[in-house]
Design a protein around this ligand. Sequence first.
Ligand code: SAM
Length: 336
Amino acid sequence: MDLLLNPNTNATPETESGTKPAFNTEFADDVKAGFAGSPKTLSSKYFYDGAGSKLFQQIMELPEYYPTRTEFSILKKQKAEIINFFNPSDFFHLVELGSGDGLKTKILLRQLLQAKARFEYIPVDISGDAINQLQSALSSELPDLKTVGFTGDYFKALHWLKRNKPGRKVVLFLGSNIGNFEDNGDLKFLQEIRKYLSPQDKILVGFDLQKDPRVIRQAYDDASGVTAAFNLNLLKRMNRELGANFEPEQFEHFTDYDPIAGVVKSYLVSKRNQTVTFSYLNHTVSFKAWEPIHTENSHKYSVDMIKELGRKSGFETEQLFTDEQHYFADVLFRVV
Ligand SMILES: C[S@@+](CC[C@H](N)C(=O)[O-])C[C@H]1O[C@@H](n2cnc3c(N)ncnc32)[C@H](O)[C@@H]1O
């Protein structure tokens, strides 16, 4: 198994006095910019530090969180049909954007290995912890698999792939990550990915479908409070990595589903007037009582919306794989 680690290199060096530990300047800049605006925002990509990735694994096991087990069942039942669409006898790079722990991907990887497919697996994740854990799990669970892990942002990875892996590609973008962008961000993202792909390439995208709004709302506000802990971990991460002094108990997790817009929005709401200091950044931010920080969008789709999104991005819907309840869809797009 090949390992390629590309750890974040944009950390600031330690100051001369040694008082400020090195920190991720991209994270610091995004926090400053997001808190300078109104409403205050913080990108959902910062959920996944080590603690956040562990909390997300717990979310995936919650009874309320239907997306993971539904997509798991789609892949499990239809794995043979799905991999046939990848033209497995012709060598390809299987690139997974935002691979996380690869729980569901392993279903396809096992099927591909069993079918003696000619491929290498390239998981991409912004979380170095996620990539390290996935690579070590794969080296013991699937020792015959050739894996080249990439730690970094989706586009950094695509740029690297374009220059270093020019062959045919099948891209996986599972788990309804596509729904986490701002309005129209899904279209911009797919259009951007299209630029990195060639006519024979394909992309399999997981979409969470529109359904009973109460089912959706509960998935993002579970009774045991794991999703709340996941959202609040953003504050703890800023404390750990940017020297902030957030008191997480002074913020509340709030989330709601708007069935007209088809989006769940998640927030951290300040329970009182408060000022937070980021000691590594010489920076302070004030929050008014009940002021929200917008931390996540989770868009839900109809089949018509999915096909239209694909068409506008330069793809044609080749096949749509769904479950009996029509809760989730894994959609295979081919480049037009
Ligand atoms: C919701 S999890 C889904 C994981 C997996 N695809 C699944 O279906 O279970 C999202 C994953 O995408 C990664 N991620 C989020 N934003 C990213 C970005 N901009 N670039 C690369 N990875 C990102 C996170 O670290 C996390 O592991």
